[in-house]
Design a binder for this molecule. Structure first.
Ligand code: TRP
Length: 337
């Protein structure tokens, strides 16, 4: 980078869920893409976090690669940002162990995500799930990141990371900056049911990999203003989840047209949805074209991730060297020879 002033460092992570959906894209990834030009960004596929819940080992490599492909297709530029897989940079787990020693049992027990996940899978309340937020803090701190784009659901984890920094710095000397959350300004994206957050596990998503016909089949039956029962009823766009999606895909003039048509019952929900489809199609086509280009080069994704891991490791290893020194631990011997 040729800028004179050093850029602030951003870190964010995403679980390798397999593929991105419209909610991830609108809520998080578009923001990651926008941040690339003004920050030094580390974007990480957090496979070590993913193994704290039930998973199928034979599917993991594909999940990771698909997620990387989707992120790049959405506009994460590996030449600009460091895109990599968590387990390829062992300093994350190394630092997590150190940080675990300044994190209290009580604090971890109060994490609402731990409590929720424990309740959902009472037969798999493992120590990894319990210390998940410590690994998350290590992810951020090993790059000394100062800004962390996340959703509101990560607020408690970020607060804990800040507390860990204060405690570490007080005890061992100033080492880490306190990372600040960058909450996305996008309101929560609801699923097609118009009830719950769009989420793969709830089956209410539009995947970025769906073709136009599949997208239309889902949109066609998507929930709208529940009070608009008949075509002749006037609707309230502000109570309609489909209208809320128009904001992302439709010009303002067209949105005004939809609003007028809906409130006067001069257009039906199907017309409104057709207009939305046009906008979604344009975005998905661009994403699809990028993905196709990427997949046309064999091994391209693996090479990008390997290069990202090498770049990330340089930074992470330098941080760990300082951490070891602060703790009075021996220096890591260099490679043999
Ligand atoms: N826990 C985050 C999530 O589920 C993912 C994550 C892991 C993360 N490490 C991170 C996010 C570090 C921000 C910073 O969404």
């Amino acid at each position: 980078m040729s800028d004179a002033t050093p850029r602030e460092t951003i870190f964010s992570g995403i679980q390798p869920s397999g593929e991105l959906h419209l909610g991830n894209y609108l809520g998080a990834i578009r923001n990651w893409v926008a941040l690339q030009s003004s920050y030094r960004c580390f974007y990480c596929i957090v496979d070590y976090h993913a193994i704290t819940q039930a998973f199928e080992p034979s599917e993991m490599a594909r999940r990771v690669r698909d997620m990387a492909g989707d992120l790049i297709a959405c506009g994460i530029d590996p030449a600009q940002s460091t895109l990599f897989v968590q387990s390829a940079v062992p300093e994350h787990t190394e630092l997590a162990w150190v940080l675990a020693s300044v994190t209290s049992y009580g604090e971890l027990g109060r994490m609402t995500q731990f409590k929720d996940k424990s309740e959902k899978s009472p037969d798999n309340i493992n120590a990894g799930l319990f210390t998940y937020p410590v690994l998350q803090a290590a992810d951020i701190l090993v790059y000394k990141a100062t800004k962390v784009p996340v959703g509101e659901d990560q607020r408690q984890h970020l607060e804990l990371a800040r507390e860990i920094v204060r405690r570490f710095n007080t005890r061992f000397g100033d080492t880490f900056p306190e990372p600040e959350a960058l909450y996305s300004s996008t309101p929560k994206i609801l699923g097609l049911d118009g009830q719950a957050k769009m989420s793969k596990s709830l089956g209410n998503t539009i995947s970025l990999r769906e073709d136009d016909e599949a997208v239309w089949n889902k949109l066609r039956t998507a929930a709208t203003d529940p009070a608009r029962v008949r075509r002749t009823d006037a609707g309230d766009p502000d109570k309609c989840n489909v209208f809320s999606l128009h904001r992302f895909f439709t010009t303002e003039e067209r949105q005004a047209e939809v609003r007028k048509g809906c409130t006067s019952a001069s257009i039906g929900c199907i017309e409104c949805k057709k207009w939305l489809l046009e906008g979604i199609k344009a975005d998905l086509e661009r994403i699809r074209a990028r993905r196709a280009e990427l997949l046309s080069k064999p091994d391209a994704i693996d090479e990008i991730l390997a290069d990202g891991a090498r770049r990330a490791r340089k930074v992470a290893a330098a941080t760990m060297a300082v951490v070891r020194e602060r703790l009075g631990l021996p220096r890591m011997p260099g490679p043999a020879g």
